[in-house]
Design a protein around this ligand. Structure first.
Ligand code: C6P
Length: 427
């Protein structure tokens, strides 16, 4: 399929019809990702660090290049041809995002720099406007630092109280304890939909029901879930949902804050600057409606267009099919690693996706990752920006292999094989 560069708000080549008809052809998908054919230290790249950031398909690379070559100008500011065209493309990406998570209105999609900024936006704007000193926010032990520190900053500046729901050894929120944390003062529950360090999927709908029963708002950190799970914010009925483009095969530097229209409408700006205003005088400024109110300054224009292309690509292949494939690879890799003497797996809850965290008796996680890298296997080792979780698990770090739509059983074999080398070196 050829792209028509004159067509605005176009979708990018996704081969939807081809994919719909036949079985999941992972090799064909891999061929769409140029970097996957690289060699690292003389070995074929085995990229298992997808939870940190995913690789980009040619459709995204082309969309970014094409935007710079044919469409680029600042958005929402000019009446000239390119500016209008760039604005149309930028806003088309918003519509694609709205569809991707089934939000009601485009205005409920705020583009940010990423999930981290999305959560900081809620803490700074919603937190200061709607929470009073003494009001309580519930988070959990499994959270990424991006869903801990913004609330600590709010606690320190504003006097809210932070409560932490414990998790089971498998990484699931202990629901009985979670429910006991609610009081009259509980105003917000802010938890991850899926853990980056363990892959555990939390019972999102149940969390919303519990929060609603106590009149509390809900924010989900969907940074991992948005890639691996179907997300329907209307069905979830959450108030906020935060995620990043770079983990969904899109460019870095752009992310999403979904917020219910009536809540965003009532929220004050997060940052001041160009294009977030209606009128400005030295005495007084009035705010633009959402989402512009929360997008001060020149946004990540081309990144948004690339993100739209990534969403087209994922949707074209089909999220459910991707999920089935990833689940197969995760199950296979789990079996392979569980069979290796001296490997300890973390986070083995039944409801989990695409993340395999483990340690080896014989070596520190960083040494394991370094040896794996010499075999071309890219994993992350460390605390995964979840230090309180590491403490809960009684470790300082784990090795994390994380899978994506292009991961294969052969890569799980390569990982298991490379772990044998680790044993030979360190045992
Ligand atoms: N986790 C990881 O290796 P940003 O950096 O803003 O795109 O996303 C932050 C973030 C928030 N919540 C969760 C659950 C996340 O997984 C992440 C990013 C990466 O696990 C990089 S630290």
């Amino acid at each position: 399929m050829e792209r028509d560069v004159n067509e605005s708000s176009r979708t990018f080549p996704i081969r939807e019809a081809e994919f719909a008809a036949d079985a999941y052809d992972v090799e064909r998908i891999r061929a769409d990702f140029p970097i996957l054919s690289s060699q690292v230290h003389g070995h074929p790249l085995c990229y298992l660090d997808n939870a940190a950031s995913a690789q980009k398909p040619r459709a995204v690379l082309d969309a970014v290049r094409d935007a710079y070559e044919t469409t680029y100008a600042n958005v929402h500011r000019g009446v000239h041809y390119l500016s209008e065209r760039a604005t149309t493309e930028y806003e088309a990406a918003r519509t694609k995002t709205r569809r991707f998570i089934n939000a009601r209105h485009d205005s409920e999609i705020v583009f940010t720099r990423g999930a981290t900024e999305s959560i900081n936006l809620v803490a700074a704007s919603f937190g200061r406007a709607f929470l009073a000193p003494g009001d309580e926010i519930i988070i959990s032990e499994v959270e990424h630092h991006s869903n801990i520190i913004p609330w600590q900053l709010l606690r320190d500046s504003h006097g809210v109280v932070l409560k932490v729901a414990p998790i089971s050894d498998d990484g699931e929120i202990d629901f009985e304890c979670f429910e006991k944390l609610f009081t009259q003062r509980t105003k917000l529950v802010a938890v991850s939909h899926m853990s980056n360090a363990l892959g555990t999927i939390q019972p999102a709908r149940r969390i919303v029901d519990a929060a609603r029963a106590h009149g509390a708002w809900v924010l989900f950190d969907g940074c991992q879930a948005a890639i691996h799970l179907p997300v329907d914010v209307q069905e979830l009925d959450c108030d906020f949902y935060a995620f990043s483009s770079h983990k969904i095969y899109g460019p870095s530097g752009i992310g999403v804050l979904y917020g219910k229209a009536e809540i965003l409408d009532a929220m004050p700006p997060y940052q001041g600057g160009g294009e977030m205003i209606k009128t400005v005088t030295f005495e007084e400024t009035t705010w633009a409606d959402p989402p512009a109110r929360f997008e001060a300054g020149t946004p990540s224009i081309v990144q948004a267009i690339g993100f739209g292309a990534a969403l087209d690509y994922v949707t074209g292949i089909g999220k459910e099919r991707i999920q089935r494939h990833e689940s197969d690879v995760l199950g296979y890799a789990t079996q392979r690693l569980a069979a290796i003497d001296g490997v300890r797996l973390f986070g083995t809850a039944p409801a989990k996706a695409s993340v395999l965290s483990f340690n080896m008796d014989c070596a520190h996680p960083h040494d394991v990752a370094t040896v794996l890298d010499r075999s071309g296997v890219a994993v992350r080792a460390g605390h995964h920006c979840a230090q309180p979780l590491m403490k809960r698990l009684g470790v300082t770090a784990t090795v994390r292999a994380s899978f994506a739509m292009y991961s294969t059983r052969a890569e799980a074999d390569a990982l298991a094989g490379a772990l044998q080398s680790v044993k030979e070196i360190f045992a």
